[in-house]
Design a protein around this ligand. Structure first.
Ligand code: AR6
Length: 181
């Protein structure tokens, strides 16, 4: 529980809403290929950001599974939104690689912009059907590996809707601590 410092990066898992992360430089969107509003995370982010977000994203779409693009935060409290298209479970294969690509590409964009803090939702685990435990393991494995390699991002927060999902992510993170990845 709480925060873990792993290879110099602070990791944490909290229960909450991805649009309420005022102290983070960027939040990540579990986007659709067209980068439009939708249900779940994408709906919440576009509602909170206002219509300017969809407008800015129009020229960047469509994106492929595993890809990430970055936009301004508009009316959100965050400077940037990083939009990731997760794999549709059972369709976009190999699912674990496409999901790992999302996390790798999101961090690469954050590094390009010199961002220090990024908040992620559990990409692909809602409408796209990725089982929560496996998705959490892929996410943590990928991000801890990036931390080990060295990243300018200092703070990574997972924001999960339910306490159960938070606990699943916290356990997946805990399993990576002290493990040689
Ligand atoms: N804050 C944090 N987590 C949330 C929030 C929120 N406001 N809302 C939902 N979740 P999803 P996907 C959780 O469906 O599976 C959209 O319609 C949710 O419980 O947002 O990648 C897009 O338009 C789940 O665990 O993303 C795409 O078409 C997780 O966030 C498609 O869904 C991801 O759920 C993307 O599907």
């Amino acid at each position: 529980m709480g925060q873990h410092s792993i290879y110099g990066v602070t990791f944490e898992c909290v229960q909450g809403d991805i649009t309420g992360q005022d102290d983070m430089d960027a939040i990540v969107n579990a986007a659709n290929a067209e980068l439009r509003t939708g249900g779940g995370v994408a709906g919440a982010i576009h509602r909170a950001a206002g219509p300017g977000l969809e407008e800015e994203c129009r020229s960047k779409a469509p994106i492929q599974p595993g890809e990430a693009v970055i936009s301004g935060g508009h009316e959100l409290p965050n400077r940037y939104v990083i939009h990731c298209l997760g794999p549709v479970y059972g369709i976009d294969e190999p699912a674990d690689e496409r999901l790992a690509d999302c996390y790798r590409n999101a961090i690469a964009l954050a590094e390009e912009k010199g961002l220090r803090s990024v908040a992620f939702p559990a990409i692909s685990t809602g409408a796209f059907g990725y089982p929560m435990e496996s998705a959490a393991r892929v996410a943590m494995r990928t991000l801890v590996f990036l931390a080990k390699q060295g990243t300018s991002v200092e703070h990574i927060r997972f924001v999960l809707f339910s306490e159960e999902d938070r606990s699943i992510h916290d356990q997946a993170l805990g399993a990576m601590v002290d493990r040689d990845v």
